[in-house]
Design a protein around this ligand. Structure first.
Ligand code: AMP
Length: 418
């Protein structure tokens, strides 16, 4: 049996970086006042179709959707924002405190063509803020991302930012866009042509190289912003400048989801080949209302956890795996049973202790202790036990001491807790 295409195991040898990122992210989120939220992996298909948009790549071709036994259409979540918005509305969080900051870490599912940095089950680290319209919150999220990457020792990442406008400036932009697209119609793919009537903005994130070429000079939302959106975007830029966060304004950045308004951004790297976006985010001031809640401004981002780890692997930031404190070399049945009780007591005291239960020889057990890179070995042979003692060997210095059985555990705790 093998994993299915685009799905993979993350093995214990590789987990250190994942844990390091998770630890740093949680610490930072908590410092910034975010609370963890856990949402289901499965939701009604309609939730994603209505929020991400019916005419988007994700909804049209990438979702894992199936009918359950009663025929309800369910989907494995392709992203977290829609579910968090659903949760915010379902639990009427806006009524008790409309201002909320959430984070979540977990798997997402999209049926994309797998390649390096692109999987069908991948992980995201997600943060969302509800209830604040101020542009300072947009800057805060980009600043937070920047700070996390800095703490992880990453360099060479650039924030690409854009403003996608709001319902007030959209019509003038869409008109200009449609006129432009009409003039390039013969150079566009079938998918783009189909989207002309349904969702012309999505043509701008078509991945087909010929379409990309044809759309180089397409009108940009940035040139059609209303006064409110322009002021909002100017504040984002000036605050980021003051905070010394590197960014570039990227007029062509549209993101692949329909719900975005105003600020949208991506953190890009040059080190991952085609899959250059390590994180993406944006404002979605209309989504809470669209899904049945009160008008509530909101904004969020998602970090591609798999890609982040891949960037970190390239610069070799893997922390050392935790070394084993003690390996118990127990010779004979009596010693094995005693060793078992000692190891449980030491584990309870948070001392990393291992032993082997198979009744192997001294030589084989010492070999295993070396393989596990144990700092100390406790040798309990029949001879030692008749004298109510065991030998503790420092594997580094090769020094040995004899320890009395009666005081063994407190003695060991003293040594390891030093
Ligand atoms: P999105 O929700 O599409 O904006 O994605 C946010 C981030 O998730 C992206 O910037 C990527 O880093 C990551 N991501 C999206 N799709 C995949 C995928 N199929 N495999 C791995 N990472 C992904």
């Amino acid at each position: 049996m093998q994993t299915i295409r685009g799905f993979r195991d993350i093995l214990p040898e590789k987990i250190c970086l994942w844990q390091k990122v998770e630890k740093e992210a949680k610490q930072l989120f908590e410092a910034f006042g975010f609370k963890e939220i856990r949402i289901p992996i499965l939701e009604k298909t309609q939730l994603f179709a209505r929020s991400i948009g019916e005419v988007t790549d994700i909804v049209e071709k990438e979702m894992y959707t199936f009918a359950d036994r009663k025929g309800d259409k369910l989907t494995l979540r392709p992203e977290a924002t829609a579910s968090i918005v659903r949760s915010y509305i379902q639990h009427k969080m806006y009524a008790t405190d409309p201002i909320r900051k959430f984070f979540m870490i977990g798997p997402m599912f999209r049926r994309e063509r797998p390649q390096k940095g692109r999987y069908r089950q991948f992980y995201q680290i997600d943060a969302e803020i509800f209830g604040v319209e101020s542009a300072l919150i947009d800057s805060l999220l980009i600043f937070l991302l920047n700070e996390l990457f800095k703490r992880l020792g990453l360099t060479g990442l650039t924030a690409h930012i854009n403003s996608l406008g709001c319902p007030e400036c959209r019509p003038s932009f869409q008109k200009a866009l449609l006129k432009f697209i009409e003039s390039k119609k013969d150079r566009l793919c079938e998918n783009c042509i189909r989207r002309m009537d349904k969702n012309p903005l999505r043509i701008l994130d078509c991945k087909v190289p010929d379409c990309k070429k044809a759309l180089v000079d397409a009108p940009a939302t940035l040139d059609h912003l209303c006064r409110g959106c322009e002021d909002h975007f100017n504040t984002v830029k000036s605050t980021l400048e003051k905070q010394k966060v590197d960014f570039i304004v990227d007029k062509s950045l549209v993101r692949g989801l329909d719900y975005y308004t105003r600020t949208a951004w991506e953190i890009q790297t040059t080190t991952l080949g085609a899959q250059s976006a390590v994180a993406g985010g944006g404002r979605y001031d209309g989504l809470v209302k669209e899904l049945g809640g009160p008008q509530t401004p909101a904004i969020g981002f998602a970090i591609g956890f798999d890609r982040l780890v891949e960037v970190m692997e390239q610069i070799d930031k893997a922390p050392e795996p935790h070394p084993l404190d003690l390996f118990i070399v127990a010779l004979g049945d009596e010693a094995i049973e005693k060793g078992y009780h000692w190891s449980c007591e030491l584990n309870q005291a948070d001392i990393r202790t291992e032993m082997d239960f198979r009744g192997k020889s001294l030589k084989a057990l010492m070999k295993r202790a070396n393989k596990l890179a144990a700092r100390y070995v406790l040798i309990a042979g029949e001879n030692e036990l008749t004298q109510n003692a065991v030998i503790l060997r420092n594997m580094n210095t090769k020094e040995q001491v004899s320890l009395h059985l009666e005081t063994l555990i407190p003695e060991l705790i003293k040594i390891f807790k030093k």
